[in-house]
Design a protein around this ligand. Structure first.
Ligand code: F6P
Length: 363
């Protein structure tokens, strides 16, 4: 009779720093504490579909006695970021059964968690999720793997851009990721000394940003400017200038470039403007200490939940502890945007940062 549990682990959606640290924690705790077998599923649900697996042991993750996973970016399991997975739901469940899994841990952001929730319900799997995303938009958890490192990466870029902006009296427009959420732009903008932060949740006025930059220069002697723009920033309907965004919702040449053009027009070419799109640099790099700690705590807690017989839950960070929250509650409330009462919005305003018209918070 089989007594040992066979645990699968996969990473789904866009990668981020800290995924490998979570894999390491799951493998260590599951094998050392509980004596389970752990197998990695490559490329998320694609690995289940194709019945592929990689044996993971504490020993196989060692390199000359060191375990490199703690500080390695990306994911050793590979990942996919596609939304049409559920079209093959029966084949994926057949793959899970063929691999003879007793339980599965899935690490993903809000899109992946919804897919995995549907799969685990239909397949009747024992399943626990671990949240990760540089967008920080998973509901009911104060922290997710990858966000802390991404904030640090953006702040590092803002530090560098500030020196060159100040040397040339320029306005730097810095476009950051985040999809429909402004957490990354808001937190890195405050920590990186931005003058304007434009996020999806608070529609901005070009006129407002422009006059703020001019006032900083004319009244306060700050001859340069740093504008952090979330890729999903939303324009206010009554803004000035030619608002392609009001009609089309998405600019054709990227949000950073669009805002640079608008500010240039609004300032009658008085401002010297440059654009930096940070792109996937924000997803790379080695994980911060914060993300390593979080990944370790989440990995350990996910294994413990399985050992307690729990299923259909996500580990979440709440009030300094890791708790299990029903996955359905999470997916019903994600993506979770910056809320109107987020104290960091008030903090930004108190610091004199232009953050759009907060009376128009849309969600
Ligand atoms: O969800 C994470 C994220 O990095 C978003 O911030 C960004 O919009 C998107 O993924 C980029 O996806 P891809 O890697 O498929 O280009």
């Amino acid at each position: 009779m089989k007594t040992q549990k066979r645990l699968g682990i996969l990473t789904s959606g866009g990668d981020c720093p800290g995924l490998n640290a979570a894999i390491r924690a799951v493998v260590s705790h599951a094998t050392i504490t509980y004596g389970w077998e752990v197998i990695g599923i490559p490329y998320a649900t694609k690995g289940l579909l194709e019945k592929h697996s990689i044996p993971l042991t504490v020993h196989c993750m060692d390199l000359r006695g060191m375990n490199p996973l703690l500080n390695m970016g990306g994911t050793i399991l590979g990942s996919i970021n596609k939304g049409d997975t559920l079209a093959q739901i029966d084949e994926i469940i057949a793959g899970y059964n063929a691999l003879e899994l007793d339980a599965l841990i899935g690490i993903g952001g809000d899109g992946s968690l919804a897919i995995l929730d549907a799969l685990q319900k239909k397949g009747n799997w024992q399943f626990i999720a671990i949240p990760k995303t540089i967008d920080n938009d998973v509901a009911f958890t104060e922290k997710v793997i990858g966000f802390d490192t991404a904030v640090n990466t953006v702040v590092d870029a803002l530090n560098r851009l500030t020196f060159t902006a100040a040397s040339h009296d320029r306005v730097m427009i810095v476009e950051v990721m985040g999809r429909s959420a402004g957490h990354l732009a808001l937190q890195s903008g405050i920590a990186g000394g931005a003058d304007c932060i434009l996020i999806p949740e608070i529609p901005y006025l070009i006129k407002g940003a422009c006059s703020h930059l001019r006032e900083l220069r004319d009244c306060w002697g700050r001859r340069f400017g740093i504008v952090v723009v979330a890729e999903g920033a939303q324009v206010a309907e009554d803004g000035c200038c030619h608002h392609e965004l009001v009609k089309n919702k998405q600019p054709s040449h990227g949000m950073g470039q669009y805002i640079a053009d608008e500010i240039r027009n609004c300032s009658h070419n008085q401002l010297d403007i440059r654009v930096s799109v940070l792109g996937h640099i924000q997803r790379g790099g080695i994980p911060s200490a914060g993300d390593r700690l979080l990944a370790s705590a989440f990995g350990k807690a996910a294994v413990d939940l399985l050992a307690q017989g729990e299923t259909g839950k996500m580990v979440a960070w709440q009030n300094g502890q890791v708790v299990g929250i029903p996955l359905q509650t999470i997916t019903a409330n994600s993506p979770s945007p910056v809320k109107p009462d987020n104290f960091l919005v008030g903090t930004a305003q108190s610091l004199g940062i232009y953050i759009g018209n907060t009376e128009q918070i849309s969600r």
